[in-house]
Design a binder for this molecule. Structure first.
Ligand SMILES: [Zn+2]
Length: 372
C-alpha cells in the first residue's frame, strides 16, 4: 500500500501527504465538531458543527503548508533547493537539499516558518474580530478563533529551542555565528534538543497520569520523536578525527572534461560555466596527452570580443608549474603542506599523469567534520 501521496505544487515545490496525517485529521475533526465549537458557540445544529469541523481541518492543513512554504520561500531565496513539503503525523516538514552555508541564511530559513504561522494567526484573529463586530455567524467566529489559536500553538511550539525544531535551528545558527563553526554549534544544539525532548517525554507522561491522558500521550510521543531526531543529528555531528588519516582521495575531485588543442577561449569559457566549481580545464595536446591546464583566472587576459578567435593554447599553464599533491599523502599531510583556509588548489599526479584536483574548500569541509 502506498503511504505517500503527492497533491500538487506550490511555489515550484511538490506538496505530499503521508497517510498518518489522516489520523490527525480525524482527531482534529472530532475535537472541533464535538468539543471546541459547541463550547465556543453553543446551541447550533449538529450539522453546522460538522461542516465547520471539516472546514477547520482543511484550514489547519493549509496552515501547515503555509508554515512550510514560509521555510521554502526563504530557503529558495538563499539558494537552498526544496525537495518537497510533506504533511505527516506531527505536522509539516520542508525537505531541503543540503543546508544553508552561512548562519544568517540558516536563521532566516528557520524563522520564516513560525513567522508564517504568526501571520496566519493574525489574519484569522483579525477575521474573527471582524465577524464578531458584524454580529456574524457564531460558529464561523468560533472556527476563526480556533484557527488563530492553533496557529499560535504551531508558531510557539516550533520556536522551542529543541534542535531540529525551528527554534533549535535558530539556536544553532546563533551558536554557529558566535563560534564561527557549524560542527560544534550543531553538537551543542542537538545536545540541548535531547535534554528538552526527554523533558517533553517526562512532562507528557506526568500530564497523562494527572491530567489529560490524551494530551499527555501525544506530548510524550512528540518528545520521543524529537529525542530520536536530535540524537541522530548529534551522532552525525560527532568529530571524526580518523578522516585526517585517510588518503587525499577523500578530498579530491575528478578532473573536468578536457578541451582539445583546437578549442577557442570562448569554448573554455563555456566549459567553466558548465562546471562552476572547477579551478581549471585540462588541455589535450597534439599527441593526445594532458601536458597543461587552462586556469579559470587566465580567461580575463583575453577581452570578451576576441575570445571566439583566440585559441586556448595561448592561455595554457604547463603541469610543471602547478602545485602537486602525491596520491599517497594523507589529508593531514596535505593540510601541513598547503595550510588552512586560504583559497588554494593542487593537482594530483600519479605515474606522471594528471588524475584529480584537490581544492581548499573540500579540505576545509573534512577538517570541520574531523575536529571536535
Ligand atoms: Zn518549521
Amino acid at each position: 500500500m502506498r503511504t505517500h501521496l503527492t497533491l500538487g505544487r506550490l511555489l515550484g515545490v511538490p506538496i505530499g501527504v503521508n497517510l498518518g496525517v489522516l489520523a490527525v485529521c480525524a482527531l482534529l475533526f472530532w475535537s472541533l465538531a464535538f468539543v471546541s465549537l459547541p463550547n465556543i458557540a453553543p446551541s447550533h445544529p449538529t450539522s453546522a458543527y460538522w461542516f465547520a469541523g471539516a472546514v477547520g481541518v482543511i484550514a489547519f492543513m493549509v496552515s501547515l503548508v503555509g508554515h512550510e512554504l514560509g521555510h521554502s520561500y526563504v530557503a529558495q531565496r538563499n539558494d537552498v533547493r526544496v525537495v518537497e513539503i510533506t504533511l505527516w503525523l506531527f505536522g509539516g516538514v520542508a525537505k531541503l537539499e543540503g543546508e544553508a552555508d552561512d548562519p544568517g541564511a540558516e536563521f532566516r530559513i528557520a524563522a520564516a516558518g513560525p513567522l508564517a504561522s504568526g501571520v496566519i494567526a493574525a489574519l484569522s484573529g483579525g477575521a474573527a474580530v471582524l465577524v464578531g463586530r458584524l454580529d456574524g455567524n457564531e460558529v464561523l467566529f468560533g472556527l476563526l478563533v480556533w484557527l488563530a489559536a492553533i496557529n499560535v500553538v504551531l508558531a510557539v511550539s516550533n520556536l522551542l529551542p529543541a534542535f531540529p525544531l525551528d527554534g533549535g535551528r535558530m539556536l544553532r545558527s546563533f551558536l554557529w555565528r558566535r563560534r564561527g563553526r557549524k560542527g560544534p554549534a550543531t553538537r551543542v544544539a542537538a545536545m540541548i534538543g535531547q535534554v528538552l525532548a526527554v523533558g517533553l517525554v517526562v512532562g507528557g507522561l506526568a500530564l497523562g497520569i494527572w491530567s489529560s491522558w490524551w494530551t499527555g500521550l501525544w506530548t510524550a510521543a512528540l518528545g520521543l520523536f524529537l529525542l530520536a531526531a536530535a540524537r541522530g543529528e548529534w551522532l552525525a555531528a560527532q568529530a571524526q578525527p580518523e578522516l585526517l588519516a585517510e588518503s587525499v582521495a577523500v578530498v579530491s575531485r575528478p578532473l573536468p572534461e578536457p578541451l582539445g588543442a583546437g578549442s577557442s577561449v570562448a569554448d573554455l569559457e563555456r566549459a567553466l560555466r558548465h562546471d562552476p566549481r572547477a579551478p581549471f580545464v585540462p588541455l589535450v595536446d597534439e599527441r593526445g596527452e594532458i601536458s597543461s591546464v587552462l586556469v579559470r583566472e587566465s580567461i580575463r587576459r583575453i577581452p570578451p570580443a576576441h575570445r571566439a578567435e583566440v585559441p586556448v593554447g595561448s592561455l595554457a599553464t604547463p603541469l610543471i608549474g602547478l602545485t602537486r599533491v602525491d596520491p599517497n599523502e594523507t589529508v593531514a599531510q596535505v593540510v601541513d603542506q598547503m595550510g588552512r583556509g586560504s583559497d588554494w588548489w593542487a593537482v594530483v599526479v600519479e605515474d606522471g599523469s594528471l588524475t584529480a584536483v584537490v581544492c581548499s574548500e573540500d579540505v576545509e569541509q573534512v577538517l570541520e567534520l574531523a575536529s571536535a
